[in-house]
Ligand binder design. Structure first.
Ligand SMILES: [Zn+2]
Length: 202
């Protein structure tokens, strides 16, 4: 699995690569939506935290394309009114952001059994993990039934700082390039000024 920093950068990159479909919308609100959906699969920590075993449900069905389709459908229907864009366009953005999470986790270093994620659930519950990890991955508990104390101690480790550094090094250039492409439109250089000034408007 990758860190929240890597997932957030992937979501922002996708949003800005698709920027022309969202021109005129409030960019900060869209950015939060893209980041939220890029992080959403890891919210499977929450039910585990409630029972004192944060990883009990981690890397379960929330890390699948099937669950991503459902979540993106609900998200796009909910966001349709506030974005005033066709539901299909919003759905694609949310689904790509959600899928980027699965892609990064697939290429992450998984240090806790069972290894991998059920990408194609509900078609199959088989777990998938790249044989060659690109990212150091996050470390927290060593076993699915690890307790909250072990989880918190593991999250704040030097290994995870290293993971954030590698993801930033690999993904930040892509994010900056997509942001540049979005802000400095090829044929409308004056748009960059307006985009910067509207960036913080909610
Ligand atoms: Zn994940």
């Amino acid at each position: 699995m990758a860190t929240p920093v890597g997932h957030g950068l992937a979501g922002l990159s996708l949003l800005w690569l698709a920027g022309r479909f969202f021109s005129g919308l409030r960019p900060m609100r869209l950015a939060w939506l893209a980041i939220f959906f890029a992080l959403l699969p890891d919210f499977d920590f929450l039910p585990g935290l409630l029972i004192g075993k944060p990883a009990a449900f981690h890397h379960g069905i929330s890390h699948s394309l099937g669950f991503g389709l459902l979540a993106s459908l609900i998200g796009s229907l909910s966001a349709r009114r506030s974005t005033r864009r066709p539901t299909g366009v919003i759905f694609l953005l949310l689904f790509f952001c959600y899928s980027s999470h699965l892609l990064l986790d697939y290429f992450g270093n998984d240090a806790r059994p069972p290894y991998g994620i059920p990408v194609f659930w509900p078609v199959t519950s088989e777990l998938y993990l790249s044989p060659i990890p690109l990212f150091p991955g996050v470390r927290h508990v060593r076993h699915t039934d690890g307790h909250v104390y072990e989880w918190v101690r593991g999250v704040f480790s030097w290994h995870n700082v290293w993971g954030i550094a590698v993801e930033t090094l690999l993904l930040l250039p892509i994010t900056l390039a997509s942001a540049w492409r979005q802000l400095i439109r090829r044929d409308q250089p004056e748009n960059s000024k307006a985009a910067w000034s509207s960036w913080w408007s909610l």
